[in-house]
Write a protein that binds this ligand. Structure first.
Ligand code: MN3
Length: 199
């Protein structure tokens, strides 16, 4: 019943050199593990017990700060591990590629908007590709917020997200967030992004 830390579909060193094994291990076992434990503690004994994470997040403004922060952290990292893949470097195909071209005119324009959102998010947070009313838009959120939340400026279904908290890159990239964002881009699992796009 309780939320569980998911197992990764690849080993901690599988995303090297773009994301190093030590960062992956700490990020997954300590950070994501911590959000999972704290989320379970926050919902235990409340009427949120047994609800899906999506149900919890869509009404997050009615819940505690602990539910908002740890519920967001739980959901966001589940997405993050799944939209990464070793030896990515493919490009979006099919309906997803069409939708990106329709919304941004080209993959390169989309990439620029996404990278810009990731680089201009001040402090800790996430940048997103969001499906909103059948259109794709780029946004960013602070802390562990995400587009599913009723508190988000841009609401919709997240189909791609990048964690720009320093814990996601500091060991390898220190203050060089742009290098991490570019390295992340080459790991994107476009098949998984397309699956989320189709819902
Ligand atoms: Mn993180």
């Amino acid at each position: 019943m309780a939320f569980e830390l998911p197992k990764l579909g690849y080993s901690y060193d599988a995303l090297e050199p773009n994301i190093d094994a030590r960062t992956m291990e700490i990020h997954h076992s300590k950070h994501h593990g911590g959000y999972t434990t704290k989320l379970n503690n926050a919902v235990e004994g409340t009427d949120l017990e047994g609800k899906t994470i999506e149900e919890i997040l869509k009404n997050v403004s009615s819940h505690s700060t602990a539910v908002r922060n740890n519920g967001g952290g739980y959901y966001n990292h589940n997405l993050y591990w799944e939209i990464l893949t070793p030896g990515g470097s493919k490009t979006p195909q099919g309906e997803l590629a069409d939708a990106i071209n329709e919304s941004f005119e080209s993959l390169e324009n989309f990439r620029e908007a996404f990278v810009q959102a990731a680089l201009t998010r001040f402090g800790s947070g996430w940048a997103w590709l969001v499906l909103q009313n059948n259109k794709l838009v780029v946004s960013s959120t602070p802390n562990q917020d995400n587009p599913l939340m009723d508190v988000a400026e841009v609401q919709g279904t997240p189909v791609l997200g990048i964690d720009v908290w320093e814990h996601a890159y500091y060991l390898n990239y220190q203050n060089k967030r742009p290098d991490y964002v570019n390295a992340f881009w080459d790991l994107i699992n476009w098949d998984e992004v397309a699956r989320r796009f189709k819902g």
